[in-house]
Design a binder for this molecule. Structure first.
Ligand code: C2E
Ligand code: MG
Ligand code: MG
Ligand code: MG
Length: 293
């Protein structure tokens, strides 16, 4: 029976392969065009002080406003953009858009300190123009570097240590903070933390997920937080979805939190409303329903 169907399956499989290969090529070229046409949008997810529930910052998260497929999440295209090099113009657009947004929030809400945290691909950091372009951008937009943070992943640390150290030092020297994103998921050893000039860690969601279960894996989170404190680093926790998790994190001394419990990523306009509420000191934001799970 299996043998009889085998031929048909093989053909069907080939066809699927062909279709997906074609779709991939199509997506790649669409992606390139989409950057030229600026068919992207940044959503922003609040970062809160866990105790006061005040918004202290926002993380910029890119979405592709695809003409046929609708709003696409980064998983659908960021890897592809990295493979094809499109991440360079896309990343430049993301930085520019986030900086302009920060500027406009600062103008609308003078005196309100908001940190804008931007994910930067290691492919962007590999580009020799990254730092000089960034300096030019800040000068052009007239935004204070101290209100910016970039999020890098551990893969970055596995590269040429001398170059990375020098680059991070340059970035921090102008006032931009550096956070190590998805901490704990990569292959870098803890000793890397001491070597590199960074400001903070973001504990990956996969560790936060386990906090609700009352399992012994809690200890890992506690350990990361203690370690960070010993090294003088700030700690963010991402992907918090329930109060058990936020309670545990507060108990362990992590006070910067992010997750659906507080708010999903939302468009810039909605973010302005939240920031305005924060200014009035309502200190209590409800989860937004603006982005589906
Ligand atoms: P990330 O930087 O670790 O961002 C956190 C991701 O977790 C975001 O997904 C966010 O929407 C999601 N998230 C936040 N809180 C919760 C929660 O409570 N529950 C769940 N289930 N998810 C939560 P998103 O926006 O789909 O982004 C995925 C990844 O794509 C990011 O992970 C980042 O690595 C990458 N990415 C996003 N925006 C950019 C960008 O502008 N540039 C670059 N290079 N990468 C980006
Ligand atoms: Mg991030
Ligand atoms: Mg992360
Ligand atoms: Mg993550």
């Amino acid at each position: 029976r299996a043998k009889l169907q085998g031929g048909g399956r093989y053909l069907a499989f080939n066809e699927v392969m062909h279709q997906s290969a074609t779709a991939l090529i199509q997506t790649k070229s669409q992606l390139k065009l989409a950057v030229q046409r600026e068919q992207f949008e940044l959503f922003y997810q609040p970062i809160l002080n866990a105790r006061t529930l005040r918004i202290v910052g926002v993380e910029a998260l890119v979405r592709w406003n695809h003409p046929e497929r609708g709003l696409l999440a980064p998983i659908e295209f960021v890897g592809l953009a990295e493979e094809t090099g499109t991440i360079l113009p896309l990343g430049a657009w993301i930085l520019r858009t986030a900086c302009k947004q920060l500027k406009s929030w600062q103008d609308a809400l003078p005196g309100v300190p908001v940190l804008v945290s931007i994910n930067v691909s290691s492919k962007q950091l590999d580009d020799a123009n990254f730092f000089p372009d960034l300096v030019d951008l800040l000068a052009e937009i007239q935004v204070d570097a101290r209100s910016l943070q970039i999020e890098v992943t551990e893969t970055m640390l596995l590269k040429d240590p001398e170059r990375v150290t020098a680059l991070f030092a340059q970035i921090r020297k102008i006032g931009i903070r550096i956070a190590l994103d998805d901490f704990g998921t990569g292959y870098s050893s803890l000793s890397y933390l001491e070597k590199y000039p960074i400001d903070s860690l973001k504990i990956d969601k996969s560790f936060v997920d386990r906090l609700g279960e009352g399992s012994t894996k809690k200890n890992i989170v506690r350990m990361i937080i203690d370690l960070a404190r010993d090294l003088g680093l700030e700690v963010f926790a991402e992907g918090i979805q329930n109060v058990h998790q936020s309670d545990a994190l507060m108990e362990y001394g992590c006070n910067l939190v992010q997750g659906y419990l507080y708010s999903r990523p939302i468009p810039a306009g909605e973010m302005l409303l939240l920031l305005t509420q924060g200014l009035r000191g309502s200190g209590n934001i409800s989860p937004s329903a603006s982005e589906p799970a």
